[in-house]
Design a protein. Structure first.
Length: 202
């Protein structure tokens, strides 16, 4: 009996250093991330962004705290299916101090059609229609528009949709976004801590 108690005591003592080591590693990792973000934002190439609302579920949730990469789109154009942050001043009722976050569906030259609950893409306005298989939306969720959508995107125009199609104000209602309004794309999610993520391939 005494031998079993001693063995149990030894096992507890062995677990403590491991637990402390794991907690220390997580703390150091968090501090490194915050330091990195601080110096990046000081360089004016990124900015914090708080997700408000449910329009990007299940990809992003209300209350997610993101750091947005403001540098990349100074050198390259947004690509199809990237998530972007943009000013809303061009939207009726929008303001220069408010931002939306949505997913790019169509890029300049594309034709986007929404019909029978599906998004149909004609890349570069070709005759080939592609019904999008959108893995990022909730299974069975349809894309419904109040008015028929059939638009050919002009230079610097982007057609954007929220992933949560039933709860999103997007290009179905107020048209394409001009590139001049696009701020950047998510680089990292810092909060909630249990969902920290670096968006390497947005």
């Amino acid at each position: 009996m005494e031998q079993q108690q001693q063995e149990h005591y030894q096992q507890i003592n062995q677990q403590k250093p491991n637990t402390f080591k794991n907690e220390s590693f997580e703390l150091i990792k968090t501090l490194i991330i915050f330091c990195m973000i601080y110096f990046v934002t000081k360089g004016f190439i990124a900015q914090p962004f708080l997700v408000k609302g449910r329009s990007m579920e299940q990809t992003l949730s209300d209350g997610d705290y993101l750091i947005v990469d403001q540098l990349t789109y100074n050198f390259t154009a947004p690509k199809r299916f990237e998530v972007v942050v943009f000013h809303t001043e061009f939207i009726p009722g929008g303001s220069g101090g408010e931002y939306y976050i949505k997913r790019v569906i169509g890029v300049p030259g594309d034709r986007v059609v929404i019909k029978e609950g599906k998004v149909i893409l004609y890349e570069n306005n070709s005759d080939t229609a592609t019904i999008l298989d959108e893995k990022y939306i909730i299974d069975g969720l349809k894309t419904i528009a109040k008015e028929p959508v059939d638009v050919v995107l002009q230079d610097n125009q982007y057609f954007v949709l929220g992933d949560n199609r039933g709860n999103s104000s997007d290009s179905r209602f107020w048209g394409p976004v001009d590139k001049s309004y696009i701020v950047g794309k998510p680089f990292i999610r810092l909060f909630p801590f249990n969902t920290i993520k670096v968006f390497l391939n947005n």
